[in-house]
Write a protein that binds this ligand. Structure first.
Ligand SMILES: Nc1nc2c(ncn2[C@@H]2O[C@H](COP(=O)(O)OP(=O)(O)OP(=O)(O)O)[C@@H](O)[C@H]2O)c(=O)[nH]1
Ligand SMILES: [Mg+2]
Length: 299
């Protein structure tokens, strides 16, 4: 279809306004006609289908990835990416992890913690965490305002998050701690099932979904569900109220996170934890999982 170039304003000067308006009307009518024709088209369209939503890949291994899986944690602390749909409980998880880790673990292990939160148009989650927790200095929690689709800032162009996390690492190191003892949480803005952290940004990925989204969510797949290092199914306290069967969710999550049979036993699946984060249920297990991976990566 040929598109006519619409006159620029300067082009209009010298012609009567009415002529211009009539020409525009003709143009719009022709466009509508074309759209109508297109909607009746019978040509088959090809919609590329992925063979699968991807498989779980255990990152507790010795082989190196193309970018190398050893990096300088003094430059940027070990980064835990927390993704998941809107309202699934990502910020609640950070709040409860801070309250669990800081009194119980950090001084014993000489560990320092920093947090970066992503929101699209506000700094809501940073403000919430600064207000609701009292265990971490407020300046160790900083926001990134993505201004657009949250997945872009954790997957396509991670530079805003990288600079925020490097800034926090320097800040923490300046206050007397070796940067390699820095554990950073990076919360993605709530997004859809296609969003997932780039391994360039996150050393460990957690993906939080919740039972209130429906028992179907694990089997819908997507890279967060299939490939995150840990899948957290939150708000199990609401399962009965929303009619979600936790056994079905576990079965589907295991199926979607099955390890590749060429490398592993056929029946193994990536880890899944059911939690009620608001009630601290499951939080110690999630903290242990993070600390285990942190120690393995940084030692
Ligand atoms: N019933 C119940 N509510 C929870 C639980 N965890 C979190 N919530 C509530 O769920 C709501 C959303 O939690 P958030 O932590 O803000 O969710 P989020 O994933 O950070 O949301 P966005 O950042 O907006 O994507 C809040 O009102 C929490 O109190 C839980 O285990 N059970
Ligand atoms: Mg949040």
């Amino acid at each position: 279809m040929q598109h006519r170039v619409v006159s620029s304003a300067s082009h209009v000067i010298g012609r009567s306004w009415k002529t211009h308006q009539n020409q525009r009307k003709d143009f719009v009518l022709k466009e509508l006609e074309q759209i109508n024709l297109r909607s009746q088209a019978t040509t088959k369209r090809f919609h590329f289908q992925y063979a699968s939503p991807g498989t779980f890949h255990d990152h507790q291994h010795d082989h190196t990835h193309p970018n190398g899986n050893k990096r300088d944690f003094n430059q940027r602390g070990f980064t835990v990416g927390i993704g998941g749909p809107v309202g699934s409980g990502k910020t609640a998880l950070i709040l409860h992890l801070l309250n669990h880790l800081i009194p119980n673990v950090t001084s014993e292990r000489d560990l320092r913690i920093g947090v970066v939160t992503n929101d699209i148009f506000t700094q809501e989650d940073t403000e919430f965490l600064q207000r609701e927790q009292t265990v971490l200095p407020k300046e160790y929690i900083i926001p990134v305002e993505t201004g657009g689709c949250p997945h872009a800032a954790i997957r396509e162009d991670v530079s805003a998050n990288l600079s925020a996390l490097e800034f926090l690492t320097r800040k923490i190191a300046n206050e007397g701690t070796d940067g390699s003892k820095t554990l950073l949480f990076c919360e993605s803005g709530g997004d859809n099932l296609a969003a997932n952290f780039s391994r360039e940004l996150a050393d460990l990925t957690l993906y939080v979904i919740d039972v209130a989204g429906g028992e179907k969510v694990p089997r819908k797949g997507g890279p967060g569900i299939t490939q995150s290092d840990l899948l957290i199914i939150n708000k199990k306290d609401l399962a009965e109220a929303v009619g979600a069967d936790l056994n079905v969710m576990k079965r589907d999550a295991d199926r979607m996170r099955r390890l590749r049979t060429s490398d592993y036993g056929e029946s193994e699946s990536g880890p899944v934890i059911f939690a009620a984060i608001k009630h601290d249920d499951g939080v110690p297990e999630i903290a242990d999982f993070i600390l285990d991976r942190f120690e393995k990566a940084t030692n």
